[in-house]
Design a protein around this ligand. Structure first.
Ligand SMILES: [Zn+2]
Length: 347
């Protein structure tokens, strides 16, 4: 594209570039592209839900089955959804992801800190570790690289542009890696991402606070399905960016793990307003659980179990098989998927 301008918001100089962006007074006269890696994008959002899973036997007789519920990691008390029903373990990552909650029984916090990438170790160690993950580079080569080029240059290259790294030249202008090495490295490094935690700030946080809504035109998110449910970090960061963009395009080859609630969470991140307009908002007790359930009911298949007097055996074709049913069976349908709690396997 002629005259297009590309901003790589991924390396140690990201803050400088963001400040430069904020200082610009006029809209650009050329097309602009902004690139941000996944790791960089989520830095700084540093908590995730914490709970344990308890399996309880529900139902009676042939209809007995074990169902996994979320519980407090300290007192073991069952956690509840907004409607006071026990919270099924598979819903807990969504339900507990919205706000930092505490156990109503013992006060234990239901979230834990996720160490920010790069805080745990000195940079030299991280760099050596990163280098030795790369094919054809062992301890010796890593040492030679650091001696020849210095830590700062190497970390910058790995974060910013791995191809620059692969094509490193020594002072005589000779390529550091031979063609065979370069080919092997290229294949693997295309999908590697490095972050060394420089600068304790968060680019998405800066964008959220300093740039106006709709600042960017189009957000393109690759591997979109990875943003649905991975703790809080990545999804929140993507939600922040989506709100600063007029349109969002999510690319994925695997839209959903065949459950309708996979989609629910993604849609919430992307366009909460539309979800609320469709009736999938927070409950009166600021919980997303009931909305996620409702979404599954409308766009997937959700089966309810009713406890009651036993039906005559002839009415249940699956009777007599294993009493333990998976909490959700994977069934794909044209509109979505299935979550089943049905002990009689009546489908
Ligand atoms: Zn507790």
């Amino acid at each position: 594209m002629p005259e297009a301008r590309v901003w790589i918001l991924n390396g140690p100089d990201t803050l400088r570039k963001l400040l430069q962006l904020r200082a610009m007074q006029r809209p650009p006269s050329v097309p602009e592209f902004f690139i941000m890696g996944r790791v960089r994008m989520r830095m700084g959002f540093n908590w995730k839900p914490a709970f344990i899973t308890r399996k309880l036997v529900v139902g009676e007789g042939d209809e007995r089955q074990r169902v996994a519920y979320a519980a407090c990691p300290k007192c073991g008390g069952l956690l509840t959804r907004g409607d006071d029903e026990p919270l099924p373990a598979f819903l807990a990552p969504i339900e507990l992801n919205t706000t930092r909650r505490a156990c109503p029984a013992c006060g234990e916090r239901l979230w834990s800190l996720v160490y920010r990438i790069g805080q745990a170790k000195p940079q030299a160690d991280m760099l050596r570790e990163a280098l030795t993950q790369i094919p054809t580079i062992g301890d010796k080569t890593a040492h030679r690289l650091v001696t020849a080029f210095g830590e700062e240059l190497l970390t910058g290259m790995l974060e910013d542009n791995v191809f620059e790294f692969i094509n490193l030249m020594d002072t005589d202008g000779d390529l550091f890696f031979n063609d065979r090495q370069a080919r092997r490295m290229e294949r693997v490094m295309a999908s590697m991402e490095f972050s060394f935690g420089q600068g304790g700030y968060q680019p998405t946080e800066f964008i959220k606070r300093q740039l106006p809504q709709g600042y960017f035109g189009l957000l393109v998110v690759d591997e979109g399905h990875e943003y649905k449910n991975e703790g809080s970090a990545q999804g929140q960061a993507m939600g922040v960016l989506a709100r600063k963009c007029k349109k969002t395009l999510l690319l994925t080859g695997t839209l959903m793990g065949s459950y309708a609630d996979d989609l629910f969470y993604l849609l919430w991140r992307l366009n909460p307003r539309a979800m609320i307009e469709d009736g999938f908002g927070y409950s009166a007790r600021s919980s997303l659980g009931p909305a996620a359930m409702q979404f599954m009911r409308e766009h997937g298949v959700l089966k309810d179990i009713y406890k009651g007097p036993r039906a005559p055996p002839t009415a249940r074709p699956g009777a007599g098989t294993s009493p333990i049913a998976p909490p959700r069976a994977r069934v794909s349908g044209p509109r979505g998927s299935c979550a089943t709690w049905c002990p009689a396997r009546c489908s």
